[in-house]
Design a binder for this molecule. Sequence first.
Ligand SMILES: Cc1cc2nc3c(=O)[nH]c(=O)nc-3n(C[C@H](O)[C@H](O)[C@H](O)COP(=O)(O)OP(=O)(O)OC[C@H]3O[C@@H](n4cnc5c(N)ncnc54)[C@H](O)[C@@H]3O)c2cc1C
Length: 417
Amino acid sequence: MIENTVDVIIIGGGVLGCAIARSLAAQRRNVMLLEKEPDVGLHASGRNSGIVHSGFHQKPGSLAARLCVEGSHAIRKYAESRRIPYEQVGTYVVASDKSHVAMLEDLKGRGDRNGVQDLQIIPVSRAKANEPSLHGHAVLYSPTGAIIDSRALTKALANDALRSGAHIRYWQEVVNIDERPDAVYVSTRDARYRAEIVVNCAGVHADRLAHGMGVGEDYVLVPLRGIYFTVTRSGPPLIQSIVYPFQDCASPFFGVHVAPTVNGAVLVGPGAVPVFDREAYHSISHHFTVMAQLASQRAVWKAVFQNRELLRLGWKSDTHSVTKQYFWKEACRVVEGLEFEDLSLGSRVGIYPQLIQTDGQFIDDLVIESTERSIHVLNMIAPGMTCALSFAKWLTDRMQGAGQGVKFKTPSLASVS
Ligand SMILES: Cc1cc2nc3c(=O)[nH]c(=O)nc-3n(C[C@H](O)[C@H](O)[C@H](O)COP(=O)(O)OP(=O)(O)OC[C@H]3O[C@@H](n4cnc5c(N)ncnc54)[C@H](O)[C@@H]3O)c2cc1C
């Protein structure tokens, strides 16, 4: 039974799906967002660090770099207009090792090329005037770094979309997409929808829906689980800005950071450990799930074993990363005065949908693949929340007249202006 016919179906009520629904609805497109949960923002979009990135980590020329810089400005304006908890607290990247000091220049160079404003490299002794707990030799300081309530952002976008006439259906898990010349048919467990075009923003499940249509088969998705510890000591907060360790630019990870939240907590995390259960939020039960799923995950294992970075992370999952000791040591590389007893395991856990090419290479840019009537957002890793508004604009600008076919093939998208 075909329940509904609309212009565009969006799968997934994370920050991206909601931002895209809002943009399309504002263009008077008839939009239906299908979400498998009872609310929006219950997965990565409500479980992240809430950091609005400035855009100096991203590779110059990449789509991620451009969208991150544009997105951080857009998010600030949006948060102000919707009164979403947001604070521009600034970001420090700390060279805790002397050999990293010169490399901060490379990071600053990246940021300058990406158009990030007002980056400075300063000795830690000077930076301590603003952030007394910093520990290391020198820092890259970015005044535009900010924090936001990511779940509130997602809900505000969804509400905007609804106000502009979009429909949101909860408890609608999409199980099949059938593309035909005249339309695309999207089936959930209890309904069938017809649309001109479908946009797959299903986060950590997006690859499965894409693969079901023969799209994105050059990639395997490795879910990476990130846990957080919270600083629970009493007294003044340990830090008031976002503090990252310096990481080699070649690494796709930002490292364990120490960052405030808009609710006044200070987080240490998130780490990134490969898991095979895409929603393994609770404890380490994923190890048992791994055993059950191994047979069907051969391609993932191939990528894991070809990729030394993942192997290193996998090793850490069983040795250090799930322990408090590891997070405490990582935090002590960049801040001082944090006692081991000051850390408690937090309830926040997020899972990154990290894409890896079948030859084992990490993908560090957005990946968007398409067919005539479907668009699949496949690698929306951090800082995907920061990019949400700029990405929605970028995508919907290109969807004008969609239904005639939007051809995206990435990572070559970087050249699309
Ligand atoms: C630990 C962690 C920390 C992060 N920190 C930051 C940060 O500080 N700053 C930043 O900018 N970014 C950060 N990110 C990245 C950011 O959170 C994500 O890029 C962003 O939330 C992705 O949004 P999304 O809408 O694509 O995915 P999601 O939020 O995962 O939403 C996908 C939605 O699709 C739904 N869905 C899935 N399958 C189906 C289906 N078959 N049918 C219907 N619905 C379906 C899900 O229920 C979910 O609601 C972090 C990510 C993680 C994991």
